[in-house]
Write a protein that binds this ligand. Sequence first.
Ligand code: ATP
Ligand code: LTN
Length: 330
Amino acid sequence: MKKTILSGSTVTGDLTLGNYIGALNNWKNLQQDYDCLYFLADLHALTVMQDPKVLKERTYSFLAQYLALGLDEKKNIIFVQSQVPEHTQLAWILTCLTPMGYLNRMTQFKEKSEKHVKNINAGLYTYPTLMAADILLYQADLVPVGEDQRQHLELCRDIVGFFNNRYGEGTFTLPEAYVGKMGARVMSLQDPDKKMSKSDENEKNFVSIIDDPKKIEKKIKGAATDSGTEIKYDVENKAGLSNLMTIYSVLSGKTYAEIETAFAGKMYGHLKVELADLVVSTLKPVQDKYHDLMKNRDHLDSVMKMGAERARVRATSTLKAVYEKTGLVL
Ligand code: ATP
Ligand code: LTN
């Protein structure tokens, strides 16, 4: 029996090189050996202000980006969160089991409520209980998430404990974090102390996978680096340069030592030019496929429909067991 993997991405912004290197590139390699479900977290997107038209358009765009990046809708179950209503049904039950004290500790809530002072809604606060429902509905064994989502996954494991204490064991699989072999974290281009984030309001901080070649070039050439000259991987003293080297290393398959040798005696500018070319050429086939997919909405609709149907078979079976345990009449 293959182990089940589940992961998702909030439908905000456009996928970045960070999402590609830290998440989707790994997901693609897992589709052979695991039973995989990948979804678009549109309900999680509602925790911050969304323009309805943009959200809808973006959901199609994200699906096309997933497919263009190489996720296969036949090998994996790819679906949109809001099209499987069991997510919100289970989320409510889990919310009622989760002490506020646990939610108070979540650093993402603290960060996001500082960032969105005018919209600190209850959904932003209970975000992790919906995320727990996403995972537990599918009995996922492994969840590939970046460092930033570790705390939410830990809380999900705690929630399984709360459920088991109240209702007895055996309903949910206890999920674990899946740490990819590379596990690279891509940092912001202008502020390499924080991670590259697709919802960053300064677009110079990220490269989106659907940015056109000129934009990519401009953003990479404009990336903040220190005033030194030697091309050397040193996160402490050369955070910006090291971040560019991480991207170079993942995309080219070269080690840091090999990159240092190849660029010995050269300037940061040389690395930036080569990196920009590498990013553009890596993304070219992805972008071509993306634009083709976006021209065919009917196809995207049918991929969503098929994904939701397949996901619901599993989701309803878990929810049925939860109803039985909790005393809700089915
Ligand atoms: P947002 O800015 O909307 O929070 P995000 O860019 O942080 O978005 P998520 O939707 O939170 O992206 O995450 C999708 C996946 O990509 C997760 O598995 C996450 O860990 C991974 N990821 C996000 N940013 C990076 C990054 N800079 N480096 C590596 N992996 C990342
Ligand atoms: N919060 C996640 C997106 C997400 C997710 C999930 C990831 C929502 N539900 C379930 C893994 C499993 C994020 O990466 N921002």
